[in-house]
Design a protein around this ligand. Structure first.
Ligand code: DGL
Length: 262
């Protein structure tokens, strides 16, 4: 048994799509969620910038004495995980590398991924899916930063945003893929609206497989908490009010998140 907290992070509210599922599955854990609102968006940043950012977050969690960090961010899982995985003595769970173990073997022959530009340019999805299924065909596409922005601002249902959603979705659809991975933790919030455009729900949210893996891994390593000492604590690097308001419809925060500057 290990009662130390689990750290979860993303650039903003996107990681809550993972966090909310994790809390449902493992309600007795102690959680710390960090939204790096100062540095959002991650998807247009360079590798060097993303490495610096991710190290700062890991060091924050190290100070908090976590037992594990859930990288609920595709972009830093894609770009930074390999470089920092040996640097910390807590367990790291990167979303792409973990979820692809399952998705690669779901019997899909041709799959699309929608993600940030940085994730698409890294080819992390293609590499990981092919690692577990060399025959799978993968069509990766990096979407405009507007996709993340509209989720953060709750403007995804505005008619004015339809063209930018359709434009990127169509690039992948034109390739006749069977399924599309929502390869950015902000995108599951767009699932309903994207399904309106495709006519049927062909989307895969990696979080579903990701949280199950984490739960099993903690269990198998005897690292589950025996009891919860506190409700989830939230931290942001800027603008706590905006984070609390934007997260409202996805996960209700009782208090303002704590502002930490590094
Ligand atoms: N939600 C994050 C991801 O999964 C990052 C989005 C962004 O800040 O660009 O990639």
């Amino acid at each position: 048994m290990d009662n130390r907290p689990i750290g979860v992070y993303d650039s903003g509210i996107g990681g809550l799509t993972v966090f909310s599922k994790l809390v449902k599955l493992l309600p007795d854990e102690n959680y710390l969620y960090f939204g790096d609102t100062e540095n959002i968006p991650y998807g247009t940043k360079s590798r060097e910038e993303l490495l610096t950012i991710t190290h700062k977050i890991m060091n924050f969690f190290k100070e908090q004495n976590v037992k594990a960090v859930v990288m609920a961010c595709n972009t830093t899982s894609a770009v930074a995980y390999d470089s920092l995985k040996e640097d910390y003595d807590f367990t790291l769970y990167p979303v792409i590398q973990t979820a692809c173990k399952v998705i690669a073997n779901m019997g899909i022959k041709k799959i699309g991924t929608l993600s940030t530009e940085a994730t698409a340019n890294s080819h992390a999805y293609k590499n990981q899916l092919k690692k577990y299924n060399p025959n799978i065909e993968v069509i990766e596409h990096g979407c405009s930063g507007k996709w993340v922005e509209m989720v953060e601002n709750h403007s995804q249902n505005d008619k004015a945003n339809e063209p930018v959603l359709k434009q990127h979705l169509n690039v992948v659809l034109e390739n006749n893929v069977e399924k599309i991975i929502l390869g950015c933790t902000h995108y599951p919030y767009l699932r309903n609206i994207l399904t309106n455009f495709t006519g049927k729900d062909i989307f895969i949210d990696p979080a579903e497989y990701f949280v199950k893996y984490i739960a099993n891994d903690l269990k198998n390593n005897n690292k589950l908490a025996s009891n919860k000492s506190y409700e989830p604590k939230f931290f942001v690097s800027s603008n706590p009010e905006k984070f609390k308001n934007s997260s409202e419809i996805f996960y209700k925060l009782e208090e303002l998140p704590t502002l930490i500057r590094r």
